[in-house]
Design a protein around this ligand. Sequence first.
Ligand SMILES: [Zn+2]
Length: 412
Amino acid sequence: MSNLSLQQRAQRAIAECRHIAQMSEEPGRITRRFLTPPVRNVHAHLQQRMESLGMAVRRDAAGNLHGLWKPANACSKRLVLGSHIDTVPDAGAFDGILGVMLAMELVEISQELKLLLPFEVIAFSEEEGVRFGVPFIGSRAVAGRFDIALLAHKDSDGVTLADAIRDFGLEPGKIGDAALDADALGFLEIHIEQGPVLESEGLPVAAVTAIVGQSRLSVEFRGHANHSGTTPMHLRGDALAGVAEWISAVESLAQQTDGLIATVGKIEVEPNAANVIAGVARVSLDARHADDASRKSAVESLLAQAHAIATRRGLTMQTERQMDQSAVPMDERLTAILVAAIAAAALPVKQMPSGAGHDAMVMATRVPASMLFLRSPGSISHHPNESVLEEDVEAALNVGSKFLQRLAAEVG
Ligand SMILES: [Zn+2]
């Protein structure tokens, strides 16, 4: 068999994603939730491809499909590559599955290059959290962080997670066996950016530095509801005007702080009437940063500003902290190899944090993890118009191939 060019491989990977997109719960739309019938078709398709590459295939009890490639005379340590095969409802054709198809191409490239590095490709069964309201079921199991209490969770039809696993022909009691052994030297996930950064900078790919940490709070300003016609401006306690001032302060701090993303996306006003001064205004704050200390100090500074605004306006203020999730840095050594691979592919080196969670975030709790982003045209994702550029897929394969060669040289 003659070797395919990277461009031909990119075309094949895209065609495979489009083919697998037809394996859906809903005709005409891409919807593939955890362990639903079309997942069997995806497994059968991937299994055939893995076996044709000489890989040993197995399914774990969380429904992840694993393909192992072990060259003769290889070292015992292996690299794990993969992403997820579930989707959101009415999804695009590339979120998750592209990372699996590129992993398959990379296995074949490593075979052609006769690299002595074993690989495990994992098609994670669940990442989006659609069916059971819990994300990362697949990678949690592989990372050895699956909480068995999850087995009692029910989907919208009242089917428990344990029954869904049983119905798929797997044994929920064996989920513990899905955990990676100590021979996994690292993890690489290739995924679309699902945001506008690479497109705005005209770049095909980037190495991910960290999955950002996140704080979520609600902030409530209380003043005095009163008649909008009879209450002079200097005798008001307008909660909504106070909140409005603070929203501008949030935007302004985020614009001035490198790496800080902050959003007020929700507002509730009481009594919410055109001719009544707002007595209560409640807003959300979602603040994210790849560096936890920067995120925490930004939140503290914003709360101090809220307090100052409230005091100056004669309002009272209350906050409720709802979530504090630490950032997950990607592994420094693997990311350095990835950056060197981007440079070796003669591409501009770009490093960026991920504002969204990914399987790599969960895998990082078990093995050194790294991630490569591809540009998302139009920044469209979780939508049927989600797409990729063939040249970017080719670039990702080029980077992936150089990453493997460098890693194999270091390990071997
Ligand atoms: Zn995804």
